[in-house]
Write a protein that binds this ligand. Structure first.
Ligand code: NAD
Length: 294
């Protein structure tokens, strides 16, 4: 494997492009929104320079950055052996993208999806070559988090699955093999239960986000609490994931009114400078009184 295309240059796609380039691969990065692509390239430069200063990069930051080429369209897919999709958590958008990619790239190209919860078999239902679709579920912030779930859809071929596991190891991440393609896979099934309970406790006024985050850090050894995680991931993305859960699992899942309120108020998390917390220009966070949203 030599060339990798990452589609979607948001929070996850930018980080994925960075770690793939850090491992020595040549990367194309595409986003339908040129502003997202530009922002991602700036963040990659910032992040790799920081890692270089700490002595954590194998090559120079400049060398890593040079390996990442912005792609204005998807035509570069024909030169790639692996494509990683990290667009919005929306089944229709992802399926449309796979149809366009299948028109461009040869049958042997692996297409990996970074979906948070949508089963791979569902996403590959209309593909001409469903055996080439596999799940590679990265965790954010991607340059820091070492875990990637590799998910085998019902139609994913053994060869594609094994090559994907090897690829994930080659970029210095730990692959967790998920052999049954169920909504949310493994980690997000566990995380969703904790997050849903945490949101519910805040909505009921039982405790504030900062207290629950402290509780999970010091009581259960989490390195960051559920509200810190959601702010880092993007509250808009968390809401899309919540809505996808509901459409996959039905009325047992409620769409969190708290997430809806925050998104409506433009409080989409750390990237917006405000979410469950307020963020100062130096990145430090301060508690925010959620009652102000009512
Ligand atoms: N945020 C997280 O912590 C996290 C963790 C694991 C998995 N995921 C999953 O990763 C995916 C991306 O999440 P994110 O947080 O990076 O979202 P994001 O909103 O930060 O970025 C998505 C990017 O995709 C681009 N895009 C949308 N449609 C496109 C298309 N058709 N072609 C090209 N680009 C397109 C958007 O312009 C945007 O820049 C989602 O499926 C999400 O569920 C997110």
């Amino acid at each position: 494997m030599k060339n990798v295309l990452v589609v979607g240059a948001g929070y996850m796609g930018g980080g994925i492009a960075q770690v793939v380039a850090q491992a020595g691969y040549s990367v194309y990065l595409h986003d339908s929104n040129p502003a997202s692509l530009e922002k991602a390239l700036k963040e990659i430069s910032w992040s790799t320079e920081k890692l270089e200063k700490k002595g954590l990069l194998r090559d120079s930051a400049a060398a890593v950055r040079k390996r990442i080429k912005p792609a204005a369209d998807l035509s570069v897919a024909r030169d790639c052996q692996m494509i990683i999709e990290a667009v919005y958590e929306d089944e229709g958008i992802k399926k449309q993208l796979f149809a366009r990619l299948e028109d461009v790239c040869p049958g042997g190209t692996i297409i990996a999806t970074n979906t948070s919860i949508i089963p791979i078999t569902r996403l590959s239902a209309d593909m001409r070559h469903p055996e080439r679709l596999v799940g590679t579920h990265f965790f954010g912030p991607v340059p820091i988090m070492k875990l990637v779930e590799v998910i085998k859809g019902e139609k994913t071929s053994d060869a594609v699955f094994e090559k994907s596991v090897e690829f994930i190891s080659s970029i210095d991440k730990y692959p967790v093999r998920v052999m049954k393609d169920i909504p949310g896979f493994v980690m997000n099934r566990i995380n969703a239960m904790a997050a849903q309970e945490a949101f519910d406790l805040v909505e009921k006024g039982v405790a504030a986000p900062e207290d629950i985050d402290i509780g999970m850090r010091y009581g259960f050894g989490w390195t960051v609490g559920p509200f810190e995680i959601t702010d880092n991931s993007g509250i808009d993305t968390a809401l899309l994931v919540n809505m996808a859960w509901r459409s996959l699992l039905g009325k047992d899942v409620t769409v969190s009114p708290l997430l809806e309120k925050l998104v409506k108020a433009g409080r989409t998390g750390r990237k917006a400078g405000k979410g469950f917390y307020d963020y100062l220009p130096d990145g430090k966070k301060q508690p925010f009184d959620l009652r102000k949203l009512d």
